[in-house]
Ligand binder design. Structure first.
Ligand SMILES: [Zn+2]
Ligand SMILES: [Zn+2]
Length: 257
């Protein structure tokens, strides 16, 4: 047991502080990070997933630990929960990104971006019709009434968006929706929205969805990024491209041999 000069253990001191309900100094940042599900991808890149809306959509806060600046991807709703995460991680928000225009990803996005006075970027313009349908989407699923909107910048395949000084590469991956985009950082992290899930793929039975196009997007756009890439899907747990190539019942390599 480690003893401090007064002969008491550090644990005792810690308990005494707690019992007195005093404010303890900040726990080491790595510990605090783990508590909130923060993932450190490289020395300068972190992200934290915040499940939002009744659809438990994985909104992501992504930032540079060097600049302290970052982005929020897909703030579909529960804005206060996302804002608490932004405050807790002390991130200066620079922009809001959208993977696609389904309401669980996009419904709260315009308001959220406006509340920080930052630009809203994405998805690809082929999703405009979904943004135009936002009032109907929100009424149908019992979301707060949401007006149709347009982003400040549409995104195209090959574009880059800045995340606190770190470049995120934009890949156009249609199939789930025609204007779906994926954000990729070269350290080996991808935010894939509803294109690919751990053990599954996105639905393609929505208007202008297409199964064959979705499979092509995954195999021709995502797989070349590398087996080691960790991806954050729009719903459910993270996985890697390599693991899905071996085991995914819809897109495993063995199915195409
Ligand atoms: Zn979707
Ligand atoms: Zn979704």
């Amino acid at each position: 047991m480690k003893l401090i000069p007064c002969g008491r253990s550090i644990e005792w001191l810690y308990r005494a502080f707690r019992a007195a309900d005093w404010r303890l100094p900040r726990v080491p940042s790595r510990l605090a990070a783990r508590k909130h599900g923060v993932k450190q991808v490289s020395h300068d890149l972190r992200h934290r997933t915040i499940p939002v809306t009744p659809f438990m959509q994985n909104c992501s806060l992504v930032w540079s630990t060097v600049s302290g600046r970052g982005v929020v991807i897909d703030p579909g709703g529960d804005a206060e929960r996302i804002k608490s995460a932004v405050r807790e991680e002390a991130v200066t928000l620079e922009r809001v990104l959208l993977t696609h225009a389904h309401l669980d990803h996009a419904a709260g996005a315009r308001q959220f971006a406006d509340s920080y006075a930052v630009p809203l970027e994405g998805p690809h313009p082929d999703d405009q019709f979904w943004l135009d349908l936002m009032p109907q989407q929100s009424a149908r699923y019992g979301f707060p009434a949401t007006a149709a909107f347009a982003p400040d910048r549409w995104l195209y395949d090959g574009d880059a968006v800045d995340c606190g000084g770190l470049p995120l590469q934009v890949l156009h991956c249609p199939g789930h929706t025609p204007g779906h985009v994926v954000f990729f950082h070269a350290a080996g992290l991808a935010f894939v929205g509803d294109v690919l899930f751990a053990g599954s793929i996105g639905r393609s039975d929505f208007p202008r969805g297409d199964h064959a196009t979705l499979i092509r997007s995954i195999r021709e756009k995502l797989w070349p990024l590398g087996d080691a890439v960790v991806f954050v899907p729009g719903h459910g747990p993270e996985s890697t491209f390599g693991f899905e190539r071996r085991t995914n019942p819809f897109v495993a390599d063995a199915l195409f041999e």
